[in-house]
Design a protein around this ligand. Structure first.
Ligand SMILES: [Zn+2]
Length: 448
């Protein structure tokens, strides 16, 4: 392949992806605004027109900002590669290096290579700052979701930076060292290290990292705890590690999640979720999360990511030895710094090549959501999950009328109307059986 070929392929793919994303964003905004004047029939009794319109405006505002973000990210990527910015940054850093360390040749040293990668990451993060600020302090503020102060935002950024430096730099040093020192099968070593690193982060995240950002307190004794513990016993889970997180510190959005592995495994409820839902609704939401566990969704994700990174690293090992890869993306590595240049280019451009699998990943995720919902409906009352979902939709101002194509490509969760219709069908089918099995009255499941 000639150099021109590859840079053309890359730019064409980038332009195609950009146009498709822009088209989808416009579809989403148009569709949501077109359905703004009327609450969809199944929700008419439970969601007010005011709430529905607020959700439409919130969605449109977020998607519009996303379009500007997409434009800036795409321009940045073109500037770095075809625009020759990476190459200029490399020369600039090399000149500075020679001034600062006259005895150290820029290129072969890991310190130089890491500095170039960090410089590019840093510049990319600076470009993200205005978008992050706008999302939080303009859009979320306008719709009443923001609970953050600028001081907290700033301290979050500093902590995030510190964590990526403390965890990321040693890992990067190790990877580059392996790429240069372990022979042609380096990518197998890097793959194994990457797997161990990811699992280690999963283990230390809940106990070491998450507490740097939020306070976690054990779930207090009371109605909710009793309901949750009885559900966990029924489903065969240990009830250790039930925590409440002060999510209200940053946002009014409510959530609950499972985190960690083995001993560090915990269930975390946002305080905002506990404030919004009844104990039976919380039980249903938790049953949905347990459904993900019972169906081994998390394990399946880890396996998929292992398979995926195996092939990605094999591909990196191959393109690393192709001259067209560097020339086509506008960065000729300094002697001895091929590994870092390849890694940098690869991580910058791979998302463009992966966009075609986005719909598949979203579809897979939605399939898991349906499975988790079905599990929740079999262990608790489907009607409780349904009313919990409606409260969450209202409180998160999620749109009830997403564009079907936009949703099929991006949404990790099925649209509310489809999800609720399925739950209603399930509750009709399971209603009596589950009601009897749990010793509850079947009527609760068929109130709607
Ligand atoms: Zn889920």
């Amino acid at each position: 392949m000639t150099n021109l070929d590859f840079s053309l392929i890359f730019l064409l793919l980038l332009a195609t992806q950009f146009s498709i994303k822009l088209y989808l964003a416009q579809r989403q905004i148009r569709h949501v605004l077109r359905h703004r004047h009327q609450v969809p029939l199944p929700f008419r009794e439970r969601i007010s027109l005011e709430n529905h319109q607020r959700a439409a405006d919130y969605t449109a505002a977020k998607v519009s900002l996303g379009m500007v973000d997409l434009l800036v990210q795409s321009i940045w990527l073109v500037m770095l590669t075809a625009g020759g910015l990476l190459s200029s940054l490399q020369s600039l850093l090399a000149s500075a290096w020679l001034l600062l360390f006259p005895d150290d040749l820029p290129g072969p040293g890991l310190d130089f290579q890491i500095s170039l990668i960090m410089l590019v990451i840093l510049l990319g993060s600076i470009i993200d700052i205005p978008f992050s600020l706008w999302r939080q302090f303009v859009i979320d503020q306008r719709f009443g979701f923001n609970r953050m102060t600028l001081g907290l935002w700033f301290s979050d950024q500093i902590k995030g930076l510190a964590i990526s430096v403390i965890l990321g730099i040693p890992f990067l040093v190790l990877v580059l060292w392996m790429m240069q020192q372990t022979g042609q099968h380096w990518w197998l070593w890097v793959w194994a290290t990457w797997m161990i690193f990811q699992l280690a982060v999963m283990v230390i995240w809940p106990t070491w990292i998450a507490p740097l950002f939020n306070r976690f307190e054990p779930l207090q004794e009371g109605e909710v705890r009793t309901a949750v513990e009885s559900l966990l016993n029924r489903c065969g889970f240990s009830s250790q590690g039930l925590f409440v997180m002060d999510g209200s510190k940053r946002s009014a959005h409510g959530n609950a999640y499972f985190t960690g592995m083995g001993q560090s495994k915990r269930i975390v409820f946002f305080d905002t979720l506990l404030a919004q839902l009844s104990s039976r609704e919380i039980e249903a939401v938790l049953a949905h999360e347990l459904g993900h566990f019972k169906h081994r969704h998390i394990l399946k994700r880890i396996v998929l990511s292992a398979v995926f990174s195996f092939f990605a690293l094999a591909l990196l090992a191959w393109v690393m030895n192709q001259a067209w890869f560097y020339r086509g993306l506008g960065l000729i590595p300094l002697p001895g710094s091929q590994a870092s240049a390849a890694l940098l280019l690869f991580s910058l451009v791979i998302p463009v090549f992966l966009f075609p699998i986005q719909p598949l990943m979203s579809w897979w995720s939605r399939k898991h959501e349906f499975e988790a919902d079905a599990y929740a409906a079999s262990q608790t009352q489907a009607a409780d999950l349904e009313s919990a979902l409606i409260k969450l939709i209202k409180d998160n101002a999620a749109t009830l009328t997403p564009d079907p194509i936009h949703s099929a490509i991006y949404d990790s969760h099925p649209p509310a109307s489809i999800r609720i219709a399925r739950l209603q069908a399930l509750s009709e089918r399971l209603g009596s059986a589950v009601g009897l099995a749990n010793g509850k009255t079947p009527q609760a499941a068929s109130t709607r």
